[in-house]
Design a protein. Structure first.
Length: 125
């Protein structure tokens, strides 16, 4: 699947309507972003069942601000509308592939249960 462009207008729809979305926050002047782009694009081709999307932080400053992007590239991974990974820095191809596999292998019922437990604990305190 080709990499798609995320904007403030389509972000929520893309994350809501797809099981897994990997997001790369980048800018055209960013050297590490340029170096990571081929890794991201290759992953998109190797994983057609996963949406790979890019946010150009220069063109989408409100979206970058909403997620408090301070360093680029920043990678985020959403699965079933839950953000499971949010970290600045480019990954080597092997590390990126490992991240995707780890997210795919997660038991999402267990993840939702842990989130609910955390929310309940916050409510109690």
């Amino acid at each position: 699947m080709a990499t798609i462009e995320l904007t403030a207008e389509n972000f929520e729809q893309i994350v809501t309507e797809n099981d897994m979305v990997v997001v790369d926050f980048w800018a055209s002047w960013c050297g590490p972003c340029k170096n990571f782009a081929p890794v991201f694009d290759a992953s998109s081709e190797q994983n057609p069942n996963i949406v790979h999307a890019k946010v150009n932080t220069e063109e989408q400053p409100a979206l970058a601000g909403h997620f408090s992007i301070r360093s680029i590239p920043t990678l985020m991974v959403f699965r079933e509308k839950i953000m499971l990974f949010n970290q600045p820095g480019a990954l080597p191809a092997s590390g990126f592939a490992d991240l995707i596999k780890q997210v795919q292998d997660l038991d999402m019922d267990e993840v939702r249960a842990k989130i609910a437990e955390g929310q309940a604990a916050q409510t109690e305190s």
